[in-house]
Write a protein that binds this ligand. Structure first.
Ligand SMILES: Cc1cc2nc3c(=O)[nH]c(=O)nc-3n(C[C@H](O)[C@H](O)[C@H](O)COP(=O)(O)OP(=O)(O)OC[C@H]3O[C@@H](n4cnc5c(N)ncnc54)[C@H](O)[C@@H]3O)c2cc1C
Length: 393
């Protein structure tokens, strides 16, 4: 078997893997990034919506931006419309072209000095003395033994790297959203991120319409994994939804995927191993969004790995710095998100209506942060403060 050796091998060429690889390479490490697919960023399994928080992690490039929605419009049960809009005509976020965005991030990793290799699938870990010491991979039909001081599991929702390294990444059905999405044209699109909460349309989940430019939109929905069944799966619900909402719409692409809504795995590091992005379940349990945490976690992971490799100490204890830092940066968002998700999913229809109704109308935000949003919600309905406190604690 062919043998190769690197400081770090990153498994998975999504946003988490590319940002980890870029950061570690920028700090002087010898990095290999492997992706099982033939092309980085394809197939796309994403609604492609991000808030402007992304600007903290990458300079926006119009080549991979399809639309700049002006706000988030949510339709609650009973049709209540809650609109979070920017002041003026500023964008509230972006709809990406992930085929190009993911390639851009991988290109940045390559420019920083990482080696990027597609059509290369990891199929097991190399274990030595209780440490992960690399991976076995198949690259275009050839088996390779890739040694590395640190293995990064950036292998997405289906992650196997964690399991190979002894980390429990099991996802109970109720904690997975099964999703379907159509890229459609001939649809009447509003320049908003639109979300629809209605148990008839998407039980234990929600539907979304994100503008993709012109008369195109990503129209999708996710259902609780425990309610999806034959003839009642996400695809069936989505067909019914688009037939009703966009009778003249045409489907250009169909996509199916899963989103982990479990909150983070209990431990995201082991000896010589780190999990990032969806593999670490770093997804907001309310929105299902994971792109920003994937990049944020990747940047922390790359930094910690570089220090640990230089210090010649890649023990779990040393790598725990990664866990402490991601918890500080976005752990609270995931934790509170889990609590709210569990409560919202168990609200009766009547209670959901009671929650949404006082928020009906337009809320103008000068800044699109969670803090600004909660402040405005409380201003609009002070009783929400009591409900939120009750929900969270
Ligand atoms: C339907 C749907 C809609 C979504 N909408 C949004 C949204 O609007 N906004 C948002 O922020 N998030 C959204 N998400 C979530 C978002 O797509 C993920 O959180 C994000 O892609 C996570 O990035 P990642 O790098 O961790 O994983 P991924 O992007 O999944 O990348 C993992 C990569 O690892 C590769 N891989 C897996 N196993 C191996 C292996 N053994 N060897 C080599 N390579 C391997 C895969 O091929 C893949 O390319 C959505 C997800 C779904 C399914």
């Amino acid at each position: 078997m062919k043998e190769e050796s690197y400081d770090v091998v990153v498994v998975g060429g999504g946003p988490a893997g590319s940002v980890t690889a870029r950061t570690a390479a920028e700090r002087g490490l010898d990095v290999l990034l492997i992706e099982r697919n033939l092309e980085i960023g394809v197939p796309v399994k994403c609604g492609e919506g991000v808030s402007r928080e992304i600007e903290q992690f990458v300079d926006i490039d119009s080549r991979w931006i399809c639309a700049e929605p002006e706000g988030f419009v949510t339709y609650g049960p009973g049709g209540t419309r809650v609109a979070l809009l920017t002041e003026g005509s500023e964008a509230a976020g972006y709809v990406l072209e992930r085929k190009l965005f993911d390639k851009f991030l991988a290109q940045q990793a390559a420019h920083a000095g990482a080696e990027v290799r597609v059509k290369t699938q990891a199929y097991n870990l190399i274990h030595e003395n209780g440490y992960a010491k690399g991976v076995y991979a198949n690259s275009a039909g050839e088996d390779i033994r890739i040694s590395a001081n640190v293995v990064v599991g950036a292998d997405g929702v289906e992650s196997r790297v964690g399991r190979w390294g002894g980390i429990d990444t099991t996802l109970p059905l109720a904690d997975v959203a099964t999703c379907a999405q159509f890229l459609m044209c001939n649809v009447e699109v509003n320049n908003y991120f639109e979300n629809i909460f209605d148990p008839e349309i998407a039980p234990k989940g929600y539907a979304w319409i994100f503008p993709k430019g012109g008369d195109c939109a990503n129209v999708g929905l996710g259902l609780g994994g425990d309610v999806s069944r034959v003839n009642h799966c996400a695809r069936d619900y989505l067909r019914a939804f688009v037939n009703d909402k966009f009778p003249d719409g045409q489907i250009l692409t169909e996509m199916y995927g899963a989103v982990p809504l479990s909150g983070p795995v209990y431990e995201t590091v082991a000896n010589g191993l780190i999990l990032v992005g969806d593999a670490a379940r770093h997804v907001n349990p309310i929105t299902g969004g994971g792109i920003i945490q994937a990049m944020q976690g990747g940047a922390i992971a790359g930094d910690v790995i570089a220090k640990a490799v230089r210090e010649k100490n890649v023990s779990k204890r040393r790598l725990m710095e990664y866990e402490r830092r991601w918890k500080r940066e976005f752990g609270r968002v995931l934790e509170v998100g889990m609590k709210i998700k569990n409560i919202v999913l168990n609200l009766s229809d009547e209670d959901s209506i009671k929650f949404f109704r006082p928020l009906a109308g337009d809320i103008r935000l000068t800044e699109f942060s969670e803090r600004a949003l909660v402040k405005e919600m409380i201003k609009k309905n002070p009783r929400i403060l009591i409900s939120l406190v009750r929900m969270i604690f």
